[in-house]
Design a binder for this molecule. Structure first.
Ligand code: C5J
Length: 228
């Protein structure tokens, strides 16, 4: 058992039952010209999450623990994009419109790809999802069951939308969920702060949060003296 100093109390997991879920570290959310920017957001906030997410990936890869990447995107014919999602608000470009990184939020287009710093490696699972939550209309639940996962470590963007939605879905399905604080970002810093508080409030009603260093320390002390 590995015990991480987390809020609201320690997050304990078995090494063979943990997976990392990296939510939507896509060009469309992180780089100028993508979906996030078309909605009027300042995408520069996302930069802060990149290095910590890369370090978290390195930690899981070093142990050969499962890594899952998600991508929010739609089929080219938009058959999986409800009009209520596409038509909402007044973005500068809508889902499916051509933009500087290809069609906005469409599977296979450059904008829907994961940023270079977080590119999946062989053997890692990629889940394309039409919704904000990664369990909705995907095979994520079956994949986790097949792997025998009980605990999920979360990173990615944005904290209060796809990350929190997926944590809530996972929590309802019985997973213990830990969000790494520096490895997630919002376009609105006060939303990130509020989301972290919501997740760990009421005795961890959605899950736990911890700094990356707390997870690194816990893993290191567990394996000290052992061969990786
Ligand atoms: C949003 C996401 N914010 N990945 N998607 O629309 O959080």
């Amino acid at each position: 058992m590995i015990s991480v100093k987390a809020e609201p109390f320690s997050f304990d997991f078995e090494p063979g039952e943990v997976a990392l879920i990296v939510i939507d570290m896509q060009r469309d959310f992180i780089e100028p010209g993508g979906f996030g920017e078309t909605l009027g957001n300042d995408v520069s906030h996302m930069q802060r999450a990149i290095a910590p997410t890369r370090n978290l990936l390195a930690l899981f890869r070093a142990r050969s623990w499962p890594v899952i990447h998600t991508r929010e995107c739609h089929l080219p014919d938009l058959s999986d994009c409800p009009p209520a999602k596409r038509d909402r608000g007044a973005p500068s470009l809508r889902i499916g419109d051509p933009g500087p990184m290809g069609r906005i939020l469409i599977k296979g287009e450059p904008g829907a790809e994961i940023i270079a710093d977080c590119t999946p490696i062989d053997g890692e699972i990629i889940i394309d999802k039409p919704g904000k939550g990664a369990f909705y209309a995907t095979g994520l639940g079956e994949q986790l069951e097949k792997l025998g996962i009980k605990s999920l470590v979360f990173a990615g963007v944005t904290t209060e939308v796809c990350v929190q939605s997926t944590m809530r879905e996972a929590n309802d399905r019985g997973y213990n969920c830990l969000l790494i604080e520096e490895a997630t970002e919002s376009y609105f810093p006060h939303f990130k702060t509020a989301a972290l508080e919501m997740i760990r409030a009421q005795g961890g009603i959605v899950g736990w949060t911890a700094p990356l260093g707390a997870l690194q320390d816990a893993v290191q002390s567990q394996f000290e003296g052992q061969i990786a």
